[in-house]
Design a protein around this ligand. Structure first.
Ligand SMILES: [Zn+2]
Length: 324
């Protein structure tokens, strides 16, 4: 977790979203294209990448925000109330809390009761969850969490479109939609007359949220999505041409397709292994996954300070801890 202070404002940001994106990418590049879940994973990956870009753009605006009172901004905070719920951006102040649900979706956008429909210039349409239903749900779950802890802070919510490439048709009445440039004025206009929390109470609310926030680590992803790990393509990926199947040669990896060499190419493959395949690796599993020639090569690769050893000699296994 990264946090930094600027004046009376603090940004508290979690990295787990980008680790999840890395894992989705590792999964879909190793999945056979005829797998029934392939397009679902690919779509999830592209949506998350777009979502992250949108959230980063909105967080930049929040970082530049000056308010006449102290506030804390949480990026991608996952909490548990009735269910797990993840807010893109949560702001807390002594006067109110604000949930921003960030969207980065190109095209013409319309809403039905349950869905948000996007139509591209090509007339292609896609359906998404209705973000107002999402943010109302988060609002009520956060309210419940606050009430259980005797916090009576009013909670506002808005759907923030990160880029002007989203064209909103007939926005629903009584719902708050803001575009990136409108975010600062919108927040400045939230009434801040009655001070609900003391400074000390705001501090303890910040620590409470940090303590309650859950690390989203759904790894290995094959388990999370119910995909057979053995269906995945094994091997080391060439950083130059993308071939999965580099050959281990003495002190190096060699790509039979583009003929380039890369000494540390196995490191990314090991990361892929733990993110998508299995949470532990044995010498034999390492030989199979990296397509090594013998157990000595695996021993050498697994003797790595990044890995955590458990068990003795033949039953020894290794795992990897992801901090970011
Ligand atoms: Zn290559």
């Amino acid at each position: 977790m990264l946090s930094y202070l600027r004046g009376d404002m603090m940004i508290i940001k979690k990295y787990s979203a980008s680790l999840y994106v890395e894992a989705l990418h590792a999964l879909y590049k190793r999945m056979p294209k005829n797998d029934l879940k392939f397009s679902k994973i690919q779509e999830e990956y592209y949506q998350k990448v777009a979502g992250n870009i949108g959230e980063e753009a909105v967080m930049k605006v929040i970082e530049q925000l000056d308010l006449p009172y102290k506030f804390y901004a949480f990026h991608n905070i996952l909490l548990y109330s009735e269910t797990l719920f993840q807010m893109d951006i949560l702001i807390i102040t002594q006067y109110y809390a604000l949930i921003l649900e960030v969207k980065n979706i190109k095209g013409e956008i319309t809403f039905t009761d349950q869905q948000m429909i996007r139509t591209l210039a090509t007339n292609e349409t896609h359906a998404f969850d209705n973000p107002f239903l999402q943010s109302e749900d988060y609002q009520s779950q956060l309210k419940r969490l606050f009430q259980a802890n005797h916090i009576s802070l009013p909670i506002f919510s808005a759907v923030a479109f990160a880029f002007s490439s989203s064209i909103i048709k007939d926005p629903p009445k009584n719902k708050t939609i803001v575009f990136r440039r409108g975010i600062k004025p919108y927040i400045r206009n939230i009434p801040a007359n009655a001070c609900i929390l003391t400074d000390a109470q705001l501090e303890s609310l910040k620590y409470f949220l940090l303590k309650e926030s859950i690390d989203f680590q759904p790894f290995p992803l094959t388990n999370h999505f119910g995909i057979d790990p053995n269906s995945l393509r094994k091997g080391v990926e060439c950083v130059h041409c993308g071939l999965i199947g580099m050959k281990k040669v003495i002190r190096n990896w060699y790509c039979p397709r583009c003929r380039s060499s890369h000494r540390h190419a196995h490191e990314a493959a090991l990361r892929d292994y733990f993110l998508v395949y299995k949470s532990t690796i044995s010498n034999q599993e390492c030989q199979q996954f990296l397509q090594l020639n013998n157990k000595y090569e695996a021993t050498k690769i697994l003797n790595n300070p990044m890995l955590i050893k458990t068990g003795q000699s033949r039953s020894r296994k290794y795992s990897m801890k992801f901090d970011k």
